[in-house]
Design a protein around this ligand. Structure first.
Ligand SMILES: Cc1ncc(COP(=O)(O)O)c(C=O)c1O
Length: 501
């Protein structure tokens, strides 16, 4: 789709003006028709992605007349799942599965099986849930500087990084409304902060002010400070951020937060179980945890580098008073006295048990060894990328490595890597690709395979720069089309397809 340069410019300067302009342009049938045509082109690819199993397996549109035998159901689950393991097991996948050794998975499954009926909502029935969750929080807090402060660092176990972030933002909103009378709250985030902060803004009516990054890919700290006003409830820093794996200057953010009496949330969903051990192992890690005195909350994901099963994370606060604004309680409900610390009502206690088990079984030494292996492996990946003249590393990351190209289309390189079995993440603003190194890539031969495949992928794109298959057109369009509403519609279309049996 040909977009006049002036529109590209407006999109860059003012997303709000662009959103208005987009609405007006969409009213003209020519633009709408062209967008519809682009959409038509993308739909088959989206459908293929969303419904990969439609043709392979029986689709159950309605309940079977009679229940199938457990053996048959198990067989079906095994068949459906059988093709899904090899890519992540063999280290082809960025992030996603962080540990993945058979014995570790089997151990977590055993704990899950023992605890499968536990529900922390019924803590009277399952006191074990309280034991597991309070100890997960305590162990995580002590990893992140609680022991060195005089403050009563506390927290909650949640279902994942996004829930930890959503809860923290709701907590700041309610705290600042009640304690400081802030009625039109805003949060200040680097553009590289996770999408969960934007989601929090939409869900909870909080304005999200996004601060650009500079040439060093780090947030522009002066612009950030200028954006703070009396309605700012929280500043956000990531340690590290998802796109480029870079750590925001948390000490600078702390000074700004203290000067302005705002909260400071450190999103350490990716790094919470890496950075403390990287520090101990002697790698260079800037201060990012509760030892930085302006930090008022931290999210750290147990289900990533904590090596728990999917479905747990920890949100920590500097004080029980702040945390109390996260809690929900109702005292006049006919259903009885009801209280719940997080968004869900009933919760899977078994996941907390498995998380607790993962942490105990890893111990300090286990995490230290894992982190050392990951960062050393990441160094090999970084070198392979840096050795290819057409590619450029983004900043100086520890283990989440993003790279771009000034001469080639990154998304076409990513597609070539996909053809070779890799599953990397396509990012934009700037267009780049990243790989998050996990224990899967520390296996023998994986970094070497990456190096060979990446070289070949780059050569292939150099030889055939016009070839555009797979997801490259979708990413390309998302990166260049200034109409964000259209892109959002495409994503919604994908979700519709995903939910269509
Ligand atoms: C820095 C960061 N924050 C938050 C999240 C969200 O975590 P989740 O996908 O568990 O909700 C992620 C996920 O990758 C992340 O990398």
């Amino acid at each position: 789709m040909d977009i006049p340069p002036i529109i590209q410019k407006i999109a860059h300067i003012s997303p709000r003006l662009m959103a208005w302009l987009e609405k007006q342009l969409m009213k003209t049938s020519k633009v709408q028709q062209e967008v519809d045509r682009e959409m038509e082109k993308l739909l088959p690819e989206l459908d293929r992605m969303a419904n990969a199993y439609k043709l392979k397996f029986t689709t159950h549109h309605s309940l079977p007349e009679e229940g199938l035998s457990r053996d048959k159901v198990l067989e079906e689950v095994r068949n459906i799942s059988s093709g899904e393991q090899s890519r992540w097991k063999e280290g082809y996948v960025s992030g996603a599965v962080y540990h993945g050794e058979d014995d570790h998975i089997e151990f977590l499954n055993q704990v899950y099986a023992i605890q499968s009926q536990s529900n922390p909502l019924h803590s009277d029935l399952f006191p074990s849930a309280g034991k597991f969750e309070s100890e997960i929080i305590s162990m995580t807090a002590n990893m992140l500087g609680a022991g060195e402060t005089k403050d009563d660092i506390c927290g909650a176990v949640t279902s994942g990084g996004t829930e930890s972030i959503l809860l923290a933002m709701k907590t700041y909103r309610d705290y600042y409304r009640s304690e400081k009378g802030v009625r039109t709250p805003n949060i200040i985030i680097p553009v590289t902060a996770h999408a969960a902060f934007d989601k929090a803004g939409e869900y909870f009516g909080i304005k999200v002010v996004k601060i650009p990054i500079g040439n060093d890919y780090l947030v522009d700290i002066h612009k950030l400070e200028r954006a703070v006003d009396r309605n700012t409830i929280c500043i956000v820093g990531s340690a590290p951020n998802f796109p480029h794996g870079l750590i925001d200057p948390i000490e600078d953010l702390s000074r700004i937060a203290k000067r302005n009496n705002t909260g400071l949330h450190v999103d350490s969903c990716l790094g919470g179980f890496v950075l403390p051990f990287a520090q101990k192992a002697g790698f260079s890690v800037p201060p990012f945890d509760f030892n930085v005195d302006g930090v008022t909350s931290i999210s750290a994901d147990t289900h990533k580098f904590g090596y728990a099963a999917k479905g747990t994370s920890v949100i920590l606060y500097r004080s029980p008073k702040l945390r109390s604004y996260q809690y929900y309680t109702i005292a006049d409900w006919p259903g009885g006295l009801y209280f719940s610390p997080t968004f869900a009502g009933s919760r899977p206690g078994a996941l907390s048990a498995a998380c607790w088990a993962a942490m105990l079984s890893m111990g300090e030494k286990g995490y230290l060894e894992a982190v050392t292996k990951i960062i050393k492996t990441a160094d090999k990946f970084k070198k392979s990328i840096a050795d290819i003249p057409e590619l450029e590393l983004i900043g100086d990351p520890l283990w989440v490595i993003a790279f771009k190209s000034d001469s080639l289309d990154e998304y076409k390189i990513m597609d070539q890597m996909t053809e070779k079995g890799w599953n990397l993440n396509g990012l934009h603003k700037p267009s780049c690709i990243h790989i998050c190194i996990t224990l899967r890539q520390t296996q023998e031969g994986v970094s070497e395979r990456f190096s060979v495949d990446l070289k070949e992928a780059v050569e292939m794109v150099k030889k055939n720069p016009e070839n555009s298959t797979g997801m490259a057109p979708v990413y390309g369009m998302a990166a260049t089309l200034p109409f964000r509403g259209v892109i959002k519609d495409i994503l919604k279309k994908y979700l519709d397809l995903y939910y269509k049996a």
